[in-house]
Design a protein around this ligand. Structure first.
Ligand SMILES: Nc1ncnc2c1ncn2[C@@H]1O[C@H](COP(=O)(O)OP(=O)(O)OP(=O)(O)O)[C@@H](O)[C@H]1O
Ligand SMILES: [Mg+2]
Length: 256
C-alpha cells in the first residue's frame, strides 16, 4: 500500500534480541509534514523502532524509504533525521550554545557556519538569554528546549522524539506540548513522537500508531481510533484510559 505523499515508508521491519521478537514485521507510512505519535506501553518496541529508523540500531530485515529513497544502508548522519532523547543527553560540560553548535561542527556542510546557525536556532526557540549557561543551571523545561534546538539546528526533515516531555512537571509539559506544535509548523518538519500517554497523543497528533508487543494495533486519526478502536486491546489501552481520565477530571465516579 503506497501512500502518495509519503515522507517515510517502513516495510516489513523485523527485530529480535536474543531470540525474542521486539518488532514483528511492521509496515507503515508517515506523510509529509505529519505529526505521528507512536503510543504503546513500556517494552512494546517504541525506542527500538526509532533507533532503527535513525540508524543507531540495525534491523534484522525490512526497508526504510525516505522521500522515495531506500536509506536502510546509510549511516545516521546521512539520513537527514534528527532525534531528541528522553533524557535529553546534553553534554554537561558544555554551554547551551556549545551543545547546539557541536553537531553542526561535525558536518561538512555546516562546519564553517556552525556558530551562526546555533545562535539563530537558539533565538528561534527562545533560549538566547540562556546560551552561556551549562545544562545543570537550567530548568527541566529549558534543558528540553536545548535538546530540541540541538536537533532542529541540523535542519532534519524528519524529527524523532522519544518521550521528550514525560520527565517535565505538569505545567511545563503543557507549555512544551503547545511549543512542539508551533515548532513543527515553523520548521515545516515531519515528526514521529513516542509516548505512552494517551492524552498527549490525542492532543498532538494528526495520526496515532498504537503498538503492542512489537505489533501495530491501529494507525488512524485520534477521533477514528476513539470512535472505532480496531481491537479489544485498543479499546482498553486507549479508549477506556481516556474515558477514565476525563471522567475523573469531571468528577464522575465511573461509567454505569
Ligand atoms: N540492546 C538490547 N538488547 C536486548 N534487549 C533489548 C535491547 N534493547 C531493547 N531490548 C528489549 O526490547 C524490548 C523493547 O524495548 P524498547 O526499548 O524498544 O521498548 P519501549 O517501547 O521503548 O519501552 P519504554 O516505554 O519503557 O521506553 C524490551 O523487552 C527490551 O528489554
Ligand atoms: Mg523507550
Amino acid at each position: 500500500m503506497e501512500v502518495l505523499n509519503s515522507k517515510l515508508t517502513v516495510k516489513n521491519l523485523c527485530k529480535s534480541y536474543d531470540g525474542k521478537t521486539v518488532l514483528n514485521n511492521i509496515s507503515f507510512d508517515v506523510r509529509e509534514g505529519e505529526f505521528l505519535s507512536i503510543l504503546g506501553p513500556s517494552g512494546c518496541g517504541k525506542t527500538t523502532l526509532l533507533r532503527i529508523l535513525i540508524g543507531l540500531e540495525k534491523a534484522d530485515s525490512g526497508e526504510i524509504i525516505k522521500s522515495g529513497k531506500d536509506i536502510s544502508g546509510l549511516n545516521s548522519f546521512d539520513r537527514g533525521m534528527g532525534i531528541v532523547f528522553q533524557n535529553y543527553a546534553l553534554f554537561p560540560n558544555m554551554t547551551v550554545l556549545q551543545n547546539v553548535e557541536y553537531a553542526l561542527t561535525l558536518r561538512k556542510d555546516t562546519k564553517a557556519d556552525a556558530k551562526n546557525i546555533a545562535l539563530r536556532t537558539l533565538e528561534q526557540v527562545g533560549l538566547t538569554d540562556q546560551m552561556h549557561k551549562r545544562p545543570n543551571q537550567l530548568s527541566g523545561g529549558q534543558q528540553q528546549r536545548v535538546a530540541i534546538a540541538r536537533t532542529l539546528a541540523t535542519n532534519p526533515d524528519v524529527i524523532l522524539l522519544d518521550e521528550p516531555i514525560s520527565a517535565l512537571d505538569v505545567a511545563n509539559r503543557e507549555i512544551m506540548k503547545a511549543e512542539l506544535k508551533s515548532l513543527q509548523k515553523k520548521f515545516n518538519s515531519t515528526m514521529l513522537f513516542i509516548t505512552h500517554d494517551q492524552e498527549e497523543a490525542f492532543f498532538l497528533s494528526d495520526r496515532i500508531m498504537v503498538m503492542s508487543e512489537g505489533n501495530i494495533e491501529q494507525l488512524d486519526t485520534p477521533l477514528n481510533i476513539y470512535k472505532n478502536p480496531a481491537s479489544q486491546y485498543v479499546r482498553e489501552f486507549v479508549v477506556e484510559q481516556l474515558d477514565n481520565k476525563y471522567s475523573a477530571l469531571l468528577g464522575y465516579t465511573g461509567r454505569s
